[in-house]
Design a protein around this ligand. Structure first.
Ligand code: AMP
Length: 212
């Protein structure tokens, strides 16, 4: 089973991917996480991507596609969950080519439908652990001690691109560059729309019924 998690920033793609990985033997390919890993480790790729990510813009297609091609080359036989890729029609076309050459195609594209006010609420309140990546929410799921991760004791911060100005831009970039990818998959016939509101568990039970 190969799945693609699709939707605007804050739709819950990462949260649902993590729940899927806990329940099924799938590789989680998150381009956002891959970029953040490179930023943290100060690699040349991280240095190149930083200015785009901090401003809430997309990293250029050529850089992003090359990174995903490298990951596909190391996948082995496992099924995968793509999270945060493709974000442009050019990336979706590149993924089609990659599917042909690696014989690993996407079975279902799951689109999370979430109203804009809820996206804003989720993104502005999101806090993440710098060390282990655990995700919290300032109001809905606060850490027990301010700024300290409940899971590992690491430092919990707000992502630079979760600050108000970057969020506005990310939502604008989504509408302009990423939303057209939805029509691309709808035309292919493998797009499934899931109500992304409610708790992570509520959404996950909807995801389960879609993939069963
Ligand atoms: P995410 O964690 O998925 O919200 O991604 C964080 C940031 O990484 C995005 O705002 C972009 O700057 C960059 N990014 C992640 N995935 C892609 C992609 N497929 N294409 C271009 N930029 C991306």
């Amino acid at each position: 089973m190969n799945l693609l998690m699709f939707g605007p920033p804050g739709a819950g793609k990462g949260t649902q991917s993590a729940l899927l990985v806990d329940n099924f033997d799938l590789a989680h390919i998150s381009t956002g996480d891959l970029f953040r890993y490179n930023l943290k480790n100060e690699t040349p790729l991280g240095a190149e991507a930083k200015k785009y990510i901090d401003a809430g813009n997309l990293v250029p297609d050529s850089v992003t596609i090359k990174m995903v091609e490298d990951v596909f080359g190391r996948l082995g036989e496992k099924g995968f969950i793509l999270d945060g890729f493709p974000r442009t029609v050019a990336q979706a076309e590149a993924l089609d080519e990659l599917s042909l050459s690696t014989k690993k195609s996407v079975d279902k594209v799951i689109f999370f439908e979430v109203p804009r006010e809820l996206l804003l609420e989720r993104l502005t309140g999101r806090r993440v652990c710098k060390a282990c990546g655990a995700v919290f929410h300032a109001a809905a799921k606060p850490t027990k001690a301010e700024g300290v991760c409940d899971e590992c004791g690491g430092e919990v911060i707000q992502r630079t691109d979760d600050k108000a100005e970057a969020i506005e831009n990310r939502l604008k970039v989504y509408e302009e560059s990423t939303a057209p990818v939805k029509s691309f998959y709808r035309e292919k016939g493998n797009l499934v729309e899931v109500d992304g509101t409610g708790s992570a568990e509520d959404v996950f039970s909807r995801v389960r019924s879609v993939i069963n």
